[in-house]
Ligand binder design. Structure first.
Ligand SMILES: [Zn+2]
Ligand SMILES: [Zn+2]
Length: 382
C-alpha cells in the first residue's frame, strides 16, 4: 500500500505554517481518537497515520527532509524496520522512535490506552549520534567506527537487576501491572506505579554492579556503514543499538544524523553539483577545452564554445552525487567565470589595444553589449 501524503493526512496545504499543521493535527486527533471510535479499525489506522504525519511535520528538520524526499526520507536506512513489541499506537516505523506526540498533547489522559495496558517503561532510550562527514565521503559512502556512550545490559545480573541474577518478584503495589488507577474528576486516570516505576516487578537484593538497573554506562564502539549519497538531514537507524532497556527490557534504537560539510569547490543540490570555473578571457573568446576537478577526485574535460560569456553553464553528465537509494548519479554543472587579465606586460597591453581598435573600427555591433543596447533603443522607438 502506498503511503498517503503527510499534508493530506493532516488536511493542510503544502505550505502550511507550523501553527496550521498543529491545528490540523489536533482536529484529526480529536476526530479519530480511539476513545471516540472504539471498534473502528479504519479510524484507528487513520489515527496512527495522523500521528505519524504530525511527528514528522512538527519538526522543522524532519519536515524539510520530507519536503525534499517524501516518505523515502524516513524509510529505514540499514536497520530495517522491525515493529517493536509493546508499543501500541504510533506503531509506525518512525513515529514510535521519538517521544510520543501524545505525551505533550494528552498527557496522562492517554496513559492507559497506549501500551495496551502493558508495561512500557522498560524499553531503553533511543540515542542520537551526530555525524559530520565530507562531501567526498558522502559521494563514496564510508565505513566508520563510532564511539557511543550508552547503557548496556549488566553482565553480573544478566540485565535483570537482581543480585546474582535471582528472579525479581511481582510488585505488591500494582500486582505486576506497572500502573495504578486513581479517580480524578470524571476520569479514572492510570499512573505509572510509584513502587516499581512501571516495571511491575521489584527486586529484594539489587545487583551491586548496576544498582538494580540491569544496565551500566559504557562506551560502545559501533561499526556503521554510511551509504553513498547521504546528505545533511539523512538519518540512519540502527535498530536495537540504542540504550539497553531497564532490567532486561528491549533496547532502544540508535539514529545517526548525518551532516555533510560544505565543500570549497562544489555546491550541492540534491544529486547535482555546481561549480564555478575561472576561464581566461582569450579562451572564452576563442573556445577550447578546460579541465575541471570532479568530486570523485579525478578531472573532467569540458569543451568551451567560442564566444562564451561569464555565467554560461556547461554540463558534465554523471559527475554529480549518487542518489541515496540507487537511481543513478546526478550531473555536474559548470558555470564559467571569465576573468579579466591583470598585470599585463607591455606587449599584451599593445595587443589588447590593437584588439580594441579593431573591434571599434570594424564592427561595433558585434559586441553583445552594443547590440543589446541597440535593440533596447529600437524597441523603445517601435
Ligand atoms: Zn547488575
Ligand atoms: Zn508496581
Amino acid at each position: 500500500m502506498s503511503k498517503r501524503d503527510f499534508y493530506d493526512v493532516l488536511g493542510v496545504s503544502k505550505g502550511a505554517s507550523s501553527d496550521e499543521i498543529k491545528k490540523g493535527y489536533r482536529k484529526k486527533a480529536k476526530e479519530l481518537h480511539p476513545d471516540r471510535n472504539s471498534d473502528n479499525p479504519e479510524a484507528e489506522s487513520q489515527f496512527k497515520e495522523a500521528n505519524e504525519a504530525y511527528e514528522i511535520l512538527k519538526d522543522a528538520e524532519k519536515k524539510a527532509a520530507y519536503d525534499r524526499f517524501g516518505h523515502a526520507a524516513f524509510e529505514g536506512g540499514m536497520g530495517g524496520g522491525g515493529q517493536r513489541p509493546g508499543q501500541g499506537y504510533g506503531g509506525g516505523d518512525f513515529s514510535s522512535a521519538f517521544s510520543d506526540v501524545f505525551d505533550d498533547l494528552f498527557g496522562d489522559f492517554m496513559g492507559g490506552q497506549r501500551g495496551g495496558g502493558g508495561r512500557r517503561a522498560a524499553r531503553g532510550a533511543d540515542l542520537r549520534y551526530n555525524l559530520r562527514i565530507t562531501m567526498e565521503d558522502a559521494y563514496s559512502g564510508l565505513q566508520k567506527t563510532i564511539n557511543v556512550p550508552t547503557a548496556v545490559a549488566c553482565s553480573d545480573c544478566d540485565g535483570n537487576g537482581a543480585e546474582g541474577g535471582a528472579e525479581p518478584s511481582t510488585c505488591p503495589t500494582c500486582s505486576g501491572m506497572g500502573k495504578v488507577r486513581a479517580q480524578q474528576g470524571f476520569f479514572t486516570v492510570e499512573r505509572t506505579c510509584p513502587t516499581c516505576s512501571g516495571l511491575g516487578q521489584i527486586i529484594k537484593n539489587p545487583c551491586k554492579s548496576c544498582g538494580g538497573q540491569g544496565r551500566v554506562e559504557r562506551d560502545r564502539a559501533l561499526n556503521v556503514n554510511i551509504p553513498a549519497g547521504v546528505e545533511t538531514g539523512t538519518r540512519i537507524r540502527l535498530a536495537g543499538e540504542g540504550e539497553a532497556g531497564m532490567r532486561g527490557g528491549p533496547p532502544g534504537d540508535l539514529y545517526i544524523f548525518v551532516e555533510v560539510q560544505a565543500h570549497e569547490l562544489f555546491e550541492r543540490d540534491g544529486t547535482n553539483l555546481y561549480c564555478r570555473v575561472p576561464v581566461s578571457m582569450s579562451k572564452a573568446a576563442l573556445g577550447g577545452a578546460i579541465e575541471v576537478p570532479t568530486i570523485d577526485g579525478g578531472r573532467g574535460r569540458v569543451q568551451i564554445p567560442a564566444g562564451s560569456q561569464s555565467g554560461r553553464q556547461m554540463r558534465l553528465r554523471s559527475k554529480g552525487m549518487p542518489a541515496l537509494r540507487g537511481g543513478g548519479t546526478g550531473d555536474m554543472f559548470i558555470e564559467l567565470a571569465v576573468e579579466t587579465p591583470v598585470n599585463l606586460t607591455s606587449r599584451q597591453k599593445e595587443l589588447l589595444k590593437e584588439f580594441e581598435d579593431l573591434s571599434e573600427d570594424n564592427n561595433p555591433e558585434s559586441h553583445s553589449f552594443f547590440s543589446s543596447v541597440k535593440s533596447f533603443w529600437d524597441g523603445m522607438k517601435g
